[in-house]
Design a protein. Sequence first.
Length: 328
Amino acid sequence: MKTKVLKTFIGVSMVYFLTLIAAFLPTTSFAENSQNLTIQTVELHPGDVINFLGGPATIGGANYTWGHSAMYLGIVDGEKKFLDFTTTKENKAKYPYLGRILNAEKFLSKNYKGWMGHTEFDVFRLSDTNTKVNQEILAKKAQEFANDRNSWSPTNNCAHVVAKVLTAATDPNTEIKVENPSGFAEEVAGGFGFYQLANGRVNVQAALNELKETPVTDSIIGTWEGSAISSQSLRFGVTLKIQNVTGGTGYFEGCSGTLSGTSSGGNVYLYNLNITEGRRTTVEESGCVDGTIILNLKNDGRDADYHWDGRDVDGTSMSSDGELHKIK
């Protein structure tokens, strides 16, 4: 039985494996729900602009409707996060204008507390729903600004940074130009336009209370069961217990191992499988070997296509494919 289980991993070439990954990765559209985040009744998509009301920029004669711009990024380092290029920092004395990448609770908390005093925010989205937002580039460019030691300036303020990041993630040759947060409420130079979500106003304090009451989860977290079949038509059972986005444990017939990885964008999750029990060490032995697992969620996160690739102890390429169902 163990020999058969091992042989269920026999398979396709590395070219097929890389082609499969490439098909899943490049751009994310507005429909890819695993990247989205719901706060109160508002579903945020990667690239959505957050415009805060209240705070110092809306008083003292500035006459701005919105005092600060930020942006929802989707999944960054295994967690749903925001770009927040603001003036309040952890190390205020040394880097007073260091941009930040924050999860939802920290993002709302740091904008609500202290002198920032943002009480609500509105959400603005690109008007053209056919415009593709490359979430991978969005996150990468945001991190570049978040790590930039340069100070805030009138030509490098929160709205400018949001526009620059979104430009890079859509069409780098067509610049999105805004001068302040109110610019996202207008037709933007360069051909881009934004619209304000009709139900998009969020009360920051109420949203914080909801986040504290509701644990933050991801569709991948839970127990998945099903079966897979090899290119030799040998079927075997698979159970994956995903404790968090970045890891869990995999159980196969006679074998088990640890999973480590993260979301690669959209509904796709990549995990490295390291066999800890039942490892095969010679071609004569039964058992399992290490490899890479790709899970592609579907049906609103209830089911997942399963693909595994690896190499036998003699270097032979191996693979298996199947379907898993979330049981809890």
